[in-house]
Design a protein around this ligand. Structure first.
Ligand code: 3HC
Length: 301
């Protein structure tokens, strides 16, 4: 398959003029607004699609706040911030938002059917050579693609929170993803100043297959009374130079997200070593999900 952004004359994956690539991000939550931010900051016209006016405004305000933080830290000039904001528009319609896009990045909640519904709407309107990427943290790319008309143009583009700060993009090749699509996404990610790492589709990819068992073991350490959350985190920060301890990081990611990913690993590998810690299950049942609810292993009230 040949992949090229619309408006380009080349028949090969075209990444030479990065800003020619129009990008649509679907979902303006933490990850979606971060992804829209980095594409716009790198010169791409970006449309952010979300379900309501309020959600679009919230996403735009978050991007503005995070750009402002970069201006304060002198990583960006005021003029660059204004130019970035001018490249951003919002829409409440997938149909309207995706028409001219060369790359669509889906960042809606981790619900298989919801994502599939989004792809159906996207495929109905996009250019035939547009790439459709998902920022899923663990759902199989191959499984997500199996209701698409063109699974060969579908790929995982896994960003990390906070997106403007973390340099990794895990580029996940599904069973049917065309190599030209992988190559284009690798180049586009580099154009963002990120470091893309290619991996094959497998439960949790590499990032969460390695990260989540560590977080789960940290939770078991608390559950079994080995140490307090503060002490577990102190061990990992001071002994292993982690910027955040695993329990602080679990709160930051969201305990519900951690549990969902562990369940994907547990079911995907059919291996008891991924069994989620009962304390994690209990905290999610109680609605103490970390930063977003103000209470997790730590209090943020
Ligand atoms: N936008 C722009 N800049 C931001 C930002 C944002 N949203 N959030 C933080 N920053 C910048 C700050 O301005 C600051 O810049 P400086 O270095 O020039 O001062 C820098 O990032 C550090 O921020 P702070 O000083 O506020 O705070 P910390 O030094 O404590 O760093 C952190 C915060 C960057 C979050 C750091 O603790 C960290 O790297 N933690 C680990 C994060 C991590 O592991 N993320 C991956 C999670 S897993 C994931 O996302 C995958 C999913 O599938 C689960």
């Amino acid at each position: 398959m040949s992949v090229e952004p619309p408006k380009s004359s080349s028949s090969k994956p075209s990444t030479s003029s990065q800003s020619d690539l129009s990008v649509t991000v679907i979902g303006g939550g933490t990850m979606g607004n971060g992804i829209a931010h980095v594409f716009a900051q790198s010169g791409h016209p970006v449309t952010l699609v979300d379900v309501s006016k309020e959600a679009c405004e919230r996403a735009f305000a978050t991007i503005e706040k995070n750009l402002g933080r970069m201006v304060t830290k002198e990583k960006l000039t005021e003029q660059q911030m204004q130019e970035t904001l001018q490249r951003l528009s919002t829409s409440m319609s997938i149909q309207e938002g995706c028409q001219d896009a060369g790359l669509i990045v889906e960042a809606v909640p981790e619900v298989l059917q919801l994502k599939r519904d989004v792809y159906q709407d996207v495929e109905a309107v996009v250019e035939p050579n547009a790439v459709i990427a998902t920022n899923t943290s663990s759902i199989s790319i191959t499984k997500l693609a199996n209701t698409l008309k063109h699974p060969e143009r579908f790929i995982g583009m896994h960003f990390f929170n906070p997106v403007p700060v973390m340099s990794l993009v895990e580029v996940v090749k599904g069973h049917q993803t065309d190599q030209a699509v992988v190559d284009a996404v690798m180049a586009w990610s580099q154009g963002l100043g990120k470091v893309p790492v290619p991996v094959n589709d497998s439960p949790g990819f590499v990032s969460n297959r390695v990260l989540m068992p560590m977080i789960n073991e940290a939770i078991f350490s608390v559950y079994e009374g080995v140490a307090t959350p503060e002490h577990v985190d102190e061990v990992m920060k001071r002994g292993m130079a982690h910027p955040m301890g695993p329990l602080r990081l679990a709160d930051f990611i969201g305990l519900d997200v951690c549990l969902d990913i562990l369940r994907v690993l547990y079911e995907g590998f059919q291996d008891p070593k991924y069994r989620p810690c009962p304390l994690l299950v209990k905290m999610v049942d109680a609605g103490t999900l970390g930063d977003k609810t103000g209470q997790g292993f730590y209090s943020y009230k």
